[in-house]
Ligand binder design. Structure first.
Ligand SMILES: Cc1cc2nc3c(=O)[nH]c(=O)nc-3n(C[C@H](O)[C@H](O)[C@H](O)COP(=O)(O)OP(=O)(O)OC[C@H]3O[C@@H](n4cnc5c(N)ncnc54)[C@H](O)[C@@H]3O)c2cc1C
Length: 399
């Protein structure tokens, strides 16, 4: 009988699932996926979740049925990994210890609530977890409704602060502005006051992104009435007001913090080489230093293109997964490993309902076409996962 390869994947995000899709094709690979949640959360669609374009079922995929949908060689364990004993090749979860031959660490990142900002953790919301995004979505809708209940043109405006003008901060600001505008327009409500202020510590929004996309996004935010405050930092919030680094004090009903990410808590516990921001360092084959059978991919690590750090995106995470899967196969077959060559394949920025700005394969598209392309990519991704999960579901109900 042929020996099976015990592979453990930690994290059912974009990187983890793509790795499984590749490795599961080889029936000798016995794969176990660990995730602390029972679902895969499609963070790239959170802007539509908040604006009620999608419900939570559309931005999640059940991990149990997904794993069951393969040919009997993938198993899902809803367990949080607490530590890893690299020398003895054991993953330690909140329940048990599991052996592996090969290990993939794909635990992603989470919102970095800076302790230097007073009141941030207490009064601001992150959107990196579905739980927080759902809470915020409901709060946003309820606030709009409360304005309608107050009624009249005199109703106090609703003040929403978004801190951080990277991709997620920009997309969410635009989507909320455009959604609320339609919300009031549709039924001709007159209690329209909604102030969305985007606080940005850098000189310009979307730092590091293509200049044309930055300019388009700026114009669009302006058109939607989002006020952008560049080169300002949030220094304190008390639930009623936000104080900025230039002494300005802004009223707030609620705040989203999209001002930074940090690796998932597990990464801090691991006895591995990390960079100065705490992300796992890998070699050109995506192996961690010291352990050739251990790979780290996705947002919990950092990779480079021409010496420059690549922005952590789902696109990059999936490309890393493909290299990682190939290299595990190469290790098993005692073949030469492949050095990664990864670059962003395109950028699509959602800027309100039915509008996006994009650069794909060097070409720029704006407006409805770009939005349609973005939605198509997201739908195809969800469909790909759902096809596998449907097979898994069928197995359960046929039993
Ligand atoms: C609002 C927003 C918009 C975005 N828009 C885009 C976009 O348009 N395009 C794009 O390419 N990217 C976008 N991104 C970035 C993209 O979502 C991330 O880069 C991507 O999710 C990274 O994938 P990952 O697999 O590394 O991590 P994740 O998708 O975060 O998955 C990590 C998984 O690990 C699990 N996990 C963590 N710790 C443990 C543990 N100890 N034990 C077990 N399981 C654990 C988590 O539950 C999670 O399922 C956006 C992000 C946000 C927040």
């Amino acid at each position: 009988m042929l020996k099976s390869n015990k592979i453990i994947v930690i994290g059912g995000g974009y990187a983890g699932l793509r790795t499984i899709e590749y490795l599961a094709k080889n029936r000798q690979n016995q794969i176990t996926l660990f995730d602390k949640n029972s679902y895969h959360y499609m963070q790239t669609e959170v802007y539509d979740l908040i604006a009620n374009e999608e419900d939570f079922a559309q931005v999640t995929q059940d991990l149990f049925t997904f794993c069951l949908g393969f040919d009997g060689n993938v198993v899902f364990c809803k367990q949080e990994v607490m530590n890893i004993d690299f020398d003895n090749k054991k993953v330690i979860t909140d329940i048990q210890r599991y052996n592996y031959d090969y290990l993939v660490i794909a635990v992603g990142a989470r919102t970095k609530f800076l302790s230097s900002i007073k009141g941030l953790k207490e009064y601001a919301h992150g959107i990196k977890s579905l739980h927080h995004a759902m809470y915020f979505k409901q709060k946003f809708e309820m606030s709009l409704f409360n304005k309608v209940r107050e009624g009249g043109a005199q109703a106090k405006p609703l003040n929403i602060i978004v801190a951080g003008a990277g991709l997620s901060g920009v997309e969410i600001s635009a989507q909320m502005a455009s959604y609320s505008r339609e919300f009031y327009d549709r039924n001709n409500f007159i209690c329209r006051g909604l102030n969305i202020v985007l606080i940005n510590s850098a000189k310009n929004i979307l730092p590091g992104m293509d200049e044309k996309l930055v300019q388009k996004s700026k114009k669009r935010l302006n058109k939607l009435g989002v006020k952008v405050k560049n080169e300002k930092k949030v220094v304190e919030l008390d639930g009623v007001n936000v104080s900025l680094s230039n002494g300005e004090v802004l009223p707030m009903d609620f705040m989203i913090f999209a001002g930074g990410i940090q690796p998932s808590p597990l990464v801090y516990k691991l006895d591995l080489e990390k960079n100065s921001y705490g992300y796992i360092e890998t070699n050109e084959f995506l192996q961690v230093k010291k352990y050739e059978e251990v790979f780290a991919i996705g947002d919990c690590t950092t990779i480079y293109n021409d010496g420059k750090t690549l922005a952590p995106t789902a696109d990059v995470a999936e490309q890393m997964a493909e290299y990682c899967a190939k290299n595990i196969e190469n290790l098993i077959l005692d073949k030469e490993l492949q050095a990664y060559k990864i670059a962003s394949r395109g950028m699509l920025i959602a800027l309100g309902r039915n509008y996006a700005s994009s650069k794909v394969l060097g070409l720029y598209f704006n407006g409805y076409i770009a939005y349609t392309v973005k939605k198509l990519i997201e739908r195809l991704y969800a469909l790909r996962l759902s096809r596998v999960a449907k097979k898994g579901c069928k197995k359960i109900f046929e039993c």
